[in-house]
Ligand binder design. Structure first.
Ligand SMILES: [Zn+2]
Ligand SMILES: [Zn+2]
Length: 763
């Protein structure tokens, strides 16, 4: 035991492990001439320092201000303590007490970017360069503690030069588990191309520049890439991938992105964030891109290069690249080499491969800056598995496992006031996704040593996630909490906003596709009054029959017919040449006979289907949608300028109050006859929907004495609708609770289910 001197102990909590925090503390202490040590303890970091009081204060201030990009200092407690004398040291974590958190994958940092561009550097043009501040993390983790043998880098023994950097606390690669160099690390090669001997990146770039389509192995899976300025290449990619219209994401560096899109300072910061999401940006008119990238859209999904491989490739191509998920139509993204060779063979001309295995599929995250902040639409690579913090009065909640919904599936595991919302797993009606879901469940449970006390599922008995919750071994014998779809959406918005259990109920506006309601019918345009445990429906959009059930969700003209028949009457619809033309080749008689007999015409009050119907009426929707949300996106893209809201009627004589769209359809048909342009009609529709639901919510808030309104459901990914809704609520003096880190779509459902179940268990 050495001598000790009087000093202080600082306990830091937040995201401070696995993010280069201890080496940062080490360098800071040395810089300020402090003695002492730093160590991990549980999920916190404990620092002991002694030295000048002014230097200790400067140290404490810098801990939060200068922390590594990935770290988040949430709490810092300082107290007097005896401190070991001698040069500042990093203490090894005691075996068995290590709980180093798993952190998300991180985009290449500026120092590593400079290094791969430096001809004198050891890692010049090395595609797998990384350091403590950047590189793969969650995508390579195979077990805990997070250490090289428990990653897919286990098969790459470090060379002496890398080992020396890894062991040097002053080096920026101190304990960087994926550390690698050209001598000891993963290698790149090109398959399916005859030119041998050439540099694989130069050769891949040459193929892309000449209109070829490539599969590129990345961090969390394979991308399919082509030159985004080449119309023929984009058309060929769409034809081979059977993806006719869904917008394609583009990868570009910041300088190339500027001529493509309007970029606010907030959007620039979001693009350049270490999570490097695909960001939806406003397309500039005349942007130098192939027209088939985002047909009919006014927005473009853009991401910056986030690995050294991407940086090198983009620099060599000199043009923006289409970077879309490597899969066939709606199957999950491929992340294994053999599967890529087999499944993508008919789509791509060559494969840019590497030999670092991907431990789990992680799709690119997708986000959009709306109503003052970034809104995550898909949580994937770069964001998962960053924990979310629940309101303070969930600290004593029992651990819950929530299994989410059917589409945009994700899991959620809670532990006290922390929630782990998994990465995007895909749509569970795809058989391949179902298998991935079960793998992910075992994966998360093991990685985070999670033992749930209860399981939360949707009310829908036919969701694959619900059935798994009922009878798979991992959840057998555990209490099952069934949570109504839109109650879960509202709870997710409340919890992310920090709404405490003790804060009581809120009004909730759910504008969504379809979710099973408590009365057994499909809901999706409702006003609820809910707290975390219970919810009751106080208003709804008037239901319409979904002629043909699921077919009505794919064919917008079916819901349009139902709305028009209801609003105008059949004879008026038939007698109107404009409307008759819309349904000219459609089996109207059959559909109406089904409605009369009540055969396969489940009633639904759905905002998603209302968007479909209006888009169809304005000629903005195809007969058959090629992807979910296609019609709604087209309607949002069409809406321009401001227009006075279209009217809705209210029937308040019974609960739930009916919000009736009949006047909306009458006005739309009148405007259609008057030749009013579609952009103004689309704008008036958005304004009308926002006015109708905020007006009803304000009445409910007043009669119930409530002050906050939660907004969620997939339809709120519509920027125009969300901004209009928030503005109107604020003008009524109501506080909108809107999700941002949690997707408003079904990707956020598990998070909401988990907090509802936790709240019910706490009583
Ligand atoms: Zn780096
Ligand atoms: Zn090496």
């Amino acid at each position: 035991m050495g001598t000790e001197v009087a000093g202080e102990e600082i306990e830091v909590s937040g995201i401070v492990q696995g993010v280069g925090f201890r080496p940062f503390v080490y360098r800071l202490a040395r810089r300020l001439d402090l003695v002492g040590d730093v160590r991990n303890a549980g999920d916190r970091v404990i620092i002991r320092i002694a030295g000048l009081a002014s230097a200790r204060d400067a140290f404490a201030a810098a801990l939060a201000d200068e922390a590594p990009v990935l770290a988040r200092v949430e709490q810092m407690m300082r107290r007097p303590a005896q401190v070991p004398d001698g040069p500042f040291r990093i203490m090894e974590s005691a075996a068995g007490t290590v709980s180093v958190g798993v952190v998300p994958d991180v985009a290449t940092c500026p120092a590593c970017r400079a290094e791969i561009a430096d001809p004198k550097a050891r890692r010049f043009r090395y595609a797998f360069t990384n350091c403590t501040d950047c590189g793969p993390r969650f995508s390579i983790v195979t077990g805990l503690p997070y250490d090289r043998p428990a990653t897919t880098m286990a098969g790459f023994p470090m060379c002496p030069a890398c080992r020396a950097e890894y062991e040097d606390p002053t080096d920026r690669r101190f304990h960087a588990q994926p550390i690698a160099c050209p001598d000891c690390g993963p290698k790149l090669w090109l398959e399916g191309d005859d030119a041998t001997g050439a540099d694989p990146i130069e050769r891949a770039a040459a193929l892309l520049r000449t209109g070829h389509i490539l599969a590129i192995k990345g961090i969390g899976g394979f991308h399919i890439a082509c030159d985004a300025t080449n119309a023929d290449a984009v058309a060929l990619l769409r034809a081979r991938k059977h993806r006719p219209t869904k917008p394609l994401a583009v990868m570009a560096d910041m300088a190339t992105a500027h001529p493509l899109c309007v970029l606010t300072p907030e959007e620039e910061a979001a693009l350049a964030h270490p999570s490097a999401p695909i960001l939806l940006l406003s397309l500039k008119p005349g942007a130098p891109l192939a027209p088939g990238i985002a047909p009919g859209q006014r927005h473009l999904g853009v991401m910056l290069p986030y690995t050294p491989l991407h940086h090198l490739l983009l620099a060599a191509v000199g043009r923006p690249l289409v970077m879309t998920s490597g899969n066939r139509s709606s199957e999950p993204q491929i992340f294994r080499d053999d599967e890529a060779r087999e499944r993508l063979a008919g789509i791509v001309d060559a494969f840019l491969m590497h030999d670092r295995p991907i431990a789990r599929r992680l799709d690119d995250s997708v986000a959009r800056h709306v109503a003052g902040r970034l809104r995550i639409m898909r949580r994937g690579r770069g964001l998962a598995p960053m924990p979310l913090t629940l309101p303070a009065d969930f600290a004593d909640a029992p651990p819950v496992l929530a299994l989410g919904g059917e589409l945009k599936s994700a899991l959620c595991l809670t532990h006290g006031a922390k929630a782990l919302l998994s990465h995007h797993l895909g749509d569970l009606d795809e058989p391949a996704t179902g298998d991935a879901f079960e793998t992910a469940l075992a994966d998360y449970a093991a990685l985070f040593a999670h033992k749930p006390a209860a399981v939360a599922v949707d009310l829908h008995p036919d969701y694959r996630a619900t059935r798994l919750g009922e009878d798979m071994p991992a959840t057998r014998g555990l209490p099952l909490e069934r949570v109504q779809h839109h109650h879960a959406h509202m709870a997710a918005a409340m919890a992310e906003a920090g709404w405490r259990r003790a804060d009581g109920p809120v009004v909730g506006i759910a504008l969504d596709g379809l979710g099973l309601g408590e009365d057994g019918t499909a809901w999706g345009a409702e006003i609820l009054v809910c707290d975390y445990r219970t919810s009751r429906r106080v208003a709804r959009l008037s239901p319409i029959p979904l002629a043909g059930g699921d077919a009505a969700s794919r064919e917008p003209w079916r819901v349009l017919l139902a709305h028009l028949d209801r609003a105008l009457g059949r004879s008026a619809v038939d007698g109107d040449p404009l409307l008759a033309a819309l349904f000219a080749a459609k089996p109207l008689l059959t559909l109406r006979a089904m409605m009369d007999k009540g055969l396969n015409v489940p009633p639904a009050s759905s905002a998603g289907r209302l968007f479909d119907a209006v888009a169809a009426l304005l000629g903005l929707a195809p007969d058959r949608l090629s992807h979910e949300g296609e019609a709604a996106m087209a309607l949002e893209a069409a809406a321009q300028e401001d227009a006075p809201p279209y009217p809705f009627a209210f029937h308040a004589e019974a609960i739930p109050i009916e919000i009736d769209p009949a006047p909306l359809f009458k006005a739309l048909v009148d405007d259609l006859h008057a030749g009013r342009p579609a952009p103004a009609m689309a704008a008036a529709f958005h304004a009308g929907l926002a006015e109708a639901f905020t007006g009803a919510a304000a009445r409910v808030a007043k009669s119930e004495g409530l002050t906050a309104v939660a907004l969620s459901g997939g339809v709120f990914q519509n920027a125009r609708l969300l901004e209009e809704t928030v503005r109107r609520l604020e003008s009524f003096g109501l506080a909108p609770l809107v999700p941002g880190d949690v997707p408003a779509n079904d990707g956020g459902l598990a998070f909401g289910q988990a907090v509802v179940a936790a709240a019910r268990l706490m009583g």
